[in-house]
Design a protein around this ligand. Structure first.
Ligand code: RNT
Ligand code: ZN
Length: 419
């Protein structure tokens, strides 16, 4: 880091010390907070199982060149992105990112060996791994239903797929020596007003019960259930709604996923974190950016991102929250998308960690809302950037905008050759 930046950090450090915040400690703390980054930003949620279309009511838009076409390209792209993202990183995989060695592997028959290539690579690069079942982009999900399907044969197939993924995820956790988190999301829903909502939800509950009856060691795998308000082609009813899963997780002790794009436009997950923390063993977050709908835009440093990070930090229960990203934008350089989104999430966590949380809570409890508001506003113009630069520098990633040149170079030398 250059001399000016170092001097700026020393000044910032003093200023934060005056309000009781130790910036060096904050930097050390943030270094150990893992951020899960979604592999599917690298290839527009295609995966390597088949050449079929993306289905399930989600959509990637844009045709920027250079998407990864195979495992080694996706690995290389992620390594490039990771070299510009500070802190501990986990890669979130979906089952369809398997290494099938050229043979078609039915989803209910995936095995650890199909993911060894990822484990080896992750160990070598110091990344963690997560694994999600893929209940979309498959002929058996073409009716729009999976775990709630009325056809018992199809429902069984999906139950078996999730169980198979569960076992692989536990294996990954054991291999990596840390928990492998799995997000369970299904697209099940109706375009038009259904009559038997109750029947579909009963079957979904039963399917989940069957899945969770297969025990895995929670040290190595936890599953989190992700609800949603609607999907494309499933506008009238989503079987796995947030209410459904909040109830299920509260009653049966499972993790809940909150995706920032899965609620009505005036609802915010920042306000839901503390509710879910009371009634579930923990949370998985899909930090995303919905623009008018669940559009999965790249996460920017906006008010809701800051609010999410503040809720994580202020809760004092960070260790029960798996922090992950979920966006897929194919209209810009995909590596830059990863870098921008992940750096913003780290930035927001840093911003939140630089709050004098206890002082603010004391104001609140002594009904001094005046000071609470005054300090929160003053914090917005504190020399936060200097601490961010220091954090990036200590993590060995680019300080400031230099990373953009790096991305452009990689685009020219590598991505532009992919036709
Ligand atoms: C879909 C969910 C889900 C997916 C990924 C690919 O609306 O957000 O998490 O984005 O599993
Ligand atoms: Zn999601």
């Amino acid at each position: 880091m250059n001399k000016n930046k170092e001097q700026m950090y020393q000044i910032a450090k003093e200023m934060y010390a005056q309000i009781g915040v130790d910036t060096d400690k904050v930097i050390e703390k943030l270094k150990n907070v893992p951020i899960s980054i979604q592999c599917w930003q690298g290839d527009d949620v295609k995966g390597f199982e088949s050449k079929g279309p993306l289905t399930g009511g989600i959509q990637t838009t844009g045709n920027y060149p250079g998407a990864a076409r195979n495992i080694s390209e996706l690995q290389a792209d992620f390594e490039k992105a990771a070299s510009m993202i500070p802190g501990k990183k986990k890669l979130s995989l979906h089952a369809i990112y398997l290494d099938n060695k050229g043979e078609s592997v039915p989803r209910d028959q995936i095995k650890p060996e199909h993911y060894d290539v990822w484990i080896k690579w992750a160990k070598k690069n110091g990344f963690g791994l997560n694994l999600d079942p893929t209940c979309f982009s498959h002929p058996y999900s073409d009716d729009g239903f999976t775990l709630s399907h009325h056809d018992e044969k199809i429902r069984k197939f999906w139950i078996d797929h999730v169980i198979a993924t569960r076992k692989v995820a536990e294996y990954i956790g054991k291999e990596m020596g840390e928990v492998c988190a799995s997000n369970y999301w299904i697209p099940d829903g109706f375009k038009d007003i259904p009559v038997d909502r109750n029947g579909y939800r009963k079957r979904l509950e039963d399917s989940l019960d069957q899945i969770f009856a297969v025990e895995v060691d929670p040290k190595y795998n936890v599953a989190a259930l992700e609800g949603k308000v609607f999907g494309i082609g499933a506008e009238s009813c989503t079987i796995g709604s947030n209410d459904f899963y909040l109830g299920y997780c509260a009653k049966k002790g499972q993790y809940l996923t909150l995706d920032a794009g899965h609620f009505h436009p005036t609802e915010y997950i920042s306000d839901k974190i503390s509710t879910a923390l009371q009634f579930t063993p923990g949370l998985l977050l899909h930090v995303s950016r919905p623009v008018r709908w669940d559009s999965d835009h790249v996460v920017i440093f906006d008010d809701e991102l800051k609010a999410i990070a503040q809720e994580i930090v202020r809760s004092g229960e960070m260790d029960r929250i798996h922090i992950g990203l979920d966006f897929f934008d194919a209209s810009i350089n995909r590596i830059a998308a990863w870098v921008i989104g992940a750096r913003n999430l780290s930035k927001a966590l840093l911003f939140a960690l630089l709050e004098p949380t206890q002082t603010l809570k004391d104001y609140e409890y002594s009904l001094d809302y005046t000071s609470r508001l005054a300090v929160l506003e003053e914090l917005k113009t504190m020399p936060f950037e200097a601490v961010w630069d220091k954090y990036c520098d200590e993590c060995g990633v680019s300080v400031g905008m230099d990373w953009i040149k790096e991305v452009k170079k990689y685009e020219k030398e590598v991505l532009s050759n992919r036709k």
